[in-house]
Each structure stands twice: as C-alpha cells, then as structure tokens.
Design a binder for this molecule. Structure first.
Ligand code: NAP
Length: 259
C-alpha cells in the first residue's frame, strides 16, 4: 500500500498512539494534542483492533508498547502505508533486518526506531563516539526505574556501539583491565567490547553516565531524564520528519544535523 500522502500545509498531520494508556503513551497523547500542526486521531491499547487506525485516517503512528508486541505492530503499519515512530525497546539486529526487507517492498513508508527520544541522550551518544577516540578506557552506567523490562537499555547498547566505532576509527585495541577473577559478574555486561552496568532503582526515570579515563584524567558525560516529558520534543520531531525519510532510520540522530 502507498504511504499516507503528505497533508496540505494547513491540515494537521493525523497521528495515532499505540500503547496510549502506558506511561510514555499518555505523555505522547498529551504532546500530540498540544501541537497545533498535529491531530490525535486514535488511542490504541492492548487488544484493540489496529483497523481503527485506517478508519481514523492515521498518517503516522507512535508505538510505545512492549517489546513482545512492537514488531507485529510495525509490520501491520508498513503493510497499511502508515509511517511509524517507534520508541519501544528490544529491537534485535535480526528484527531490524526484517523491517528493511518489508520496507523495500513498501512505497515511501518511513519507520523511525529511536532507542532514546531525549535530545540530550542523543547528543551524549554522538559526543561519546568523538571522545572514545581519545581515551584508553570507557565504561557506561545506565540507571532506570524498577519497572523497566530489559537490560541493558537500548541507549546503553547504542552508546557502546558508538564508543566501539570511535575506538576502531582511532585504531585503539582492547581497553586496559587486569581483572582475572570475577565470579559474580561485578564488571557488568560487555557490549561491543565496552563494560555496561545497569542499575534498577525506584525513583529513577532514565539516566546514563559515560566515563572515559586517560592517564591522569577522567572525562564524564551524563544525561538525566527526570520526567517522561523530556522525551516529547524528540517524539514530535520524529512524527514531523518520518514521512520525509522513507525506509528505516535507527536513532533520532538520523533526523538531526549532527555533522
Ligand atoms: P508501559 O507504561 O508499560 O506502557 C506500555 C503500554 O503498552 C501499556 O499500556 C500496555 O497495555 C500497552 N500495550 C501492550 N501491548 C500492546 C499492544 N499490542 N498494542 C497496544 N498497546 C499495547 O511502558 P512505558 O514506560 O510507557 O514504555 C513503553 C516502551 O517505551 C518501553 O519499551 C520502554 O522501554 C520504551 N521507552 C522508550 C523511550 C525512548 O526514548 N525511546 C523512553 C522511555 C521508554 P497493558 O498495560 O494492558 O499491558
């Protein structure tokens, strides 16, 4: 099916939210309702029939559901020519590859998979890639609320990949680490050669610290989302840009001019 056609400059873009009663979905519904250039046309919860989206004429759908549901939702959206802005985490490289294959057969549909909608977190990932070229050591500490289902976070995984790219570009090898004995996994997970430590704690929202070490110095990048409202400028950027980017984009930085 063809992608939803662009609205005329005067008509607001028609937006649906999947996972509308969740914590992120509730905030996204509010943000869309407040935006003058957008119209909230459908709120979808678990068990609701997705045909409500086509009946409402949705052009863009925001998926903020659960890892077990998001891939089926996005496949349905692609098959029905609706652009998708996805914040739900848990996407594997295999699942992304399947999306690319489906999108190749779809006409002009755009899908954004954004592990983090917070602008500061996206900048931190970019800055981490640059800093990684100059330091011997780099580790990530990600901290989230106690209800988060997956660990480490999608943002931490992407930050680790960015650090690995930076180190590879600079020709850096493995990081110095004399640990020989760690029966309890105290050194954390290792993602793309980078140690990642996940903290789950009541009272937190989403936080990341990236610590770089060189001889005689430390450089720390830190981003804190204190409230889910911090994700909304990124969600709205995604909704406004997705139709102009057919195919798959992974990471909100794909819609930002970060050089
Ligand atoms: P949440 O409060 O648990 O909300 C998820 C909602 O999705 C629930 O209302 C759930 O309904 C609903 N749902 C489940 N299956 C569904 C389906 N098939 N169709 C429609 N709705 C369905 O979780 P949250 O904190 O809002 O987070 C949602 C997702 O966003 C998570 O994957 C989280 O990691 C991610 N997240 C991303 C960012 C980012 O910046 N990218 C930031 C924060 C969170 P029930 O309650 O009935 O199960």
């Amino acid at each position: 099916m063809n992608a939803s056609s662009s609205p005329s400059p005067s008509s607001p873009r028609r937006v649906a939210v999947l996972g509308a009663s969740g914590r992120m979905g509730t905030a996204a519904c509010r943000a869309v309702e407040k935006a003058e250039d957008l119209e909230l046309v459908a709120r979808i919860g678990r068990g609701d029939d997705l045909s409500a989206l086509t009946e409402a004429g949705a052009e863009v759908a925001i998926d903020l559901t659960v890892p077990s549901a998001t891939a089926d939702n996005v496949h349905w959206l692609i098959d029905h020519g609706i652009h998708a802005v996805v914040g739900t985490t848990g996407w594997t490289e295999e699942a992304l590859q399947e999306l690319r294959t489906r999108l190749a057969a779809a006409d002009g549909v755009g899908v954004l998979i954004a592990p983090n909608f917070a602008i500061g977190a996206v900048l931190a990932m970019r800055f981490a890639e640059i800093a990684a070229r100059y330091y011997d050591s780099a580790e990530i500490i990600e901290m989230h609320h106690e209800k988060k289902l997956d660990a480490p976070s999608g943002t931490a995984r992407h930050t680790a990949a960015a650090i690995a790219r930076g180190r590879a570009a600079a020709g850096l090898g493995a990081m110095p680490d004399a640990t020989e004995h760690d029966p309890d996994g105290a050194r954390g997970a290792v993602v793309d050669g980078v140690h990642v430590h996940a903290v789950r704690q009541r009272g937190l929202v989403a936080h990341e610290v990236v610590q770089f070490g060189g001889v005689g110095e430390q450089f720390v990048l830190r981003h804190d989302s204190f409230d889910r409202i911090s994700f909304m400028p990124g969600v709205l950027l995604g909704v406004r840009e997705v139709a102009a980017h057919p195919g798959l984009t992974v990471g909100l930085d794909g819609y930002m001019d970060l050089g």
